[in-house]
Design a protein around this ligand. Structure first.
Ligand code: SF4
Length: 215
């Protein structure tokens, strides 16, 4: 295996996890995708990326997640020792971005409320349960990530490893199930963790099948 864009494995996986989601087996569906990613990312034949512990330039981009990914994240927060703090941060950040589109969130560079640290440097408070978009936003060139983070208005060229990026698009479509929807992370987690009504939150949604960006 290498960086080659053979997406047949991801496509097979998409169908498998779609079936799991349809029958209500969300956790196995998500863990199956995350394990698939781990294998392709740890492949010794894959070109090394520039991603390092403590680098968090991409944590100011909007993160779109599916319901099965959100279930796993919410469970990690619920069962962790920092539940109150993280829910407070999510609620506050969700209020900050209320009414903004994914593009506007990106332009403002609002950091993810699950980031421990400041823009550009820090670590994920829910690293083991982080969603697909975060796992696949790998970069060959940290200077591109930094330039985007420092000036979100410049044209964004993707620094991501194509295989990771395309695997995300394909498998997230499977995780989205019949609705083919993904939601902004804050909106969905606030809903799951505080039981607020979705209609009040108005989460941004996208068609995960055809969207060519992380958002
Ligand atoms: S969930 Fe974690 S990895 Fe993803 S954007 Fe938020 S802090 Fe970063």
């Amino acid at each position: 295996m290498s960086d080659e864009l053979d997406l047949s494995a991801a496509n097979t996986l998409r169908k498998e996890v779609f079936r799991l989601v349809v029958r209500g087996d969300r956790r196995p569906a998500v863990t199956r995708v995350y394990e698939h990613l781990r294998v392709i990312q740890e492949d010794p034949a894959a070109a090394p990326t520039d991603c390092k512990d403590g680098c968090a330039h991409c944590c100011s981009l909007p993160v779109m997640i599916t319901v099965p990914e959100a279930d796993l994240l919410a469970e990690a927060i619920e069962q962790g020792p920092r539940r109150e703090e993280l829910v407070r941060r999510l609620v506050g950040s969700h209020a900050e971005i209320a009414g903004l589109s994914a593009e506007e969130i990106a332009l403002r560079g609002v950091p993810c409320p699950l980031l421990d640290g400041s823009s550009g440097r820090g670590s994920c408070a829910v690293y083991e349960a982080r969603p697909l978009a975060c796992r696949t936003y790998t970069s060959y060139d940290v200077s591109i990530c930094q330039a985007h983070a420092e000036n979100p208005t410049i044209e964004r060229t993707s620094p991501a490893r194509p295989l990771d990026y395309l695997t995300q698009l394909v498998t997230q479509s499977g995780l989205a199930g019949p609705t083919q929807k993904a939601f902004e992370l804050r909106a969905l987690l606030v809903e799951l963790l505080t039981k607020e009504k979705r209609k009040k939150l108005q989460p941004a949604t996208i068609d995960v099948t055809f969207r060519p960006e992380r958002q």
